[in-house]
Ligand binder design. Structure first.
Ligand SMILES: [Zn+2]
Ligand SMILES: [Zn+2]
Length: 310
């Protein structure tokens, strides 16, 4: 079954079967989506709305991208053609058009390992691809050090999708405390295979330049103003960026250097005590003294003036 991203790719590549016929549609006004449509005597139940797009404002028209029970994806078009004045208000008389069906055969885009990571993460995106490349590069460079049996650890300096790829590829996770995340918004990753030195890999400046078309489409999508074709075009630009990240030599993407890195003590605290403000159990190591009461960080942050988010 095609993912939403794959559907958009197919549409941008024009891999669709045109239909362009009037259909009867059962529309749910509360859910604001079609529930069922009838085409050539056959009923199709909609099981998923992949997107609703405002294709034009005058005359108003909406395009719904829907998946039906059988798995196929269709584009349904609601054309509001005729304004009708009624009791001082304008209503629109409309008709539903079954626009096209999306072709189901998708060309294989990525290698199987990356496919597994994308399944784990939920989609394939440029940050995930970066996380994949940086982990692979680190593992290649640290092969010898890791053969001695030392466990790998990673310090990542962002909280993007890259983190999922790193956890998947290296086995260093937040849960096993071999991944430390500092949200500094930088594609910088330090891999430690011993105690003293870390391999610091940082995205080189200028290798992923801002694409004005992509930025403009992203703005439209976030504002809910993108048409289906614009959304599909955005997916293609994303794919081009992903392909670039996958095809560019790692040395071109990342600057590498070794540097001394410290790692916080590994002692795992398990003792729980109750916060004297909210009463909830907290790791004892995480209780702080505030006005001679032991309280948790969540309660403490409530008592502090709100910090501005940058
Ligand atoms: Zn992602
Ligand atoms: Zn508390």
């Amino acid at each position: 079954m095609l993912t939403r991203e794959a559907v958009l790719r197919q549409i941008d590549a024009d891999r669709v079967i045109p239909i362009q016929e009037l259909v009867g549609v059962l529309y749910d006004h509360r859910l604001r989506m079609p529930l069922r449509f009838c085409h050539r005597g056959r009923e199709y139940d909609v099981v998923e709305l992949l997107g609703a797009f405002r294709e034009s404002t005058s005359p108003p028209s909406m395009l719904y991208l829907v998946r039906v029970r059988e798995g196929s994806v269709f584009a349904l078009y609601l054309d509001l053609t005729e304004p009708v004045a009624l009791g001082g208000q304008t209503f629109w008389r409309g008709q539903w058009v079954l626009h096209f069906q999306v072709e189901e055969e998708e060309p294989m885009l990525v290698d199987i390992r990356l496919k597994q990571i994308a399944d784990f993460h939920g989609h394939l995106c440029p940050d995930l691809a970066l996380g994949y490349r940086v982990s692979q590069y680190a593992l290649e460079r640290l092969t010898i050090a890791l053969m001695s049996g030392t466990l790998l650890r990673v310090v990542a300096e962002n909280t993007t999708s890259a983190i999922d790829a790193i956890q998947y590829i290296t086995g260093c996770t937040l849960g096993n405390r071999r991944l430390l995340v500092r949200d500094w918004g930088k594609h910088v990753y330090t891999f430690l295979s011993g105690e003293a030195e870390g391999l610091r890999l940082s995205l080189r400046p200028g290798v992923l330049p801002e694409n004005p078309e992509m930025a403009e489409l992203e703005r439209k999508i976030q504002a809910g103003q993108a048409t289906l074709l614009e959304t599909a075009r955005y997916q293609t630009l994303l794919d081009q960026r992903i392909t670039f990240i996958l095809d560019t030599p790692a040395e071109t993407l990342f600057a590498a250097r070794y540097l001394p890195v410290g790692w916080p003590s590994d002692s795992v605290a398990t003792g729980l005590a109750c916060c004297e403000i909210c009463g909830e159990p907290v790791l004892e190591t995480h209780l702080l003294l505030q006005n001679s009461r032991r309280c948790c960080l969540a309660c403490l942050s409530d008592t502090l003036p709100a910090r501005a988010l940058i």
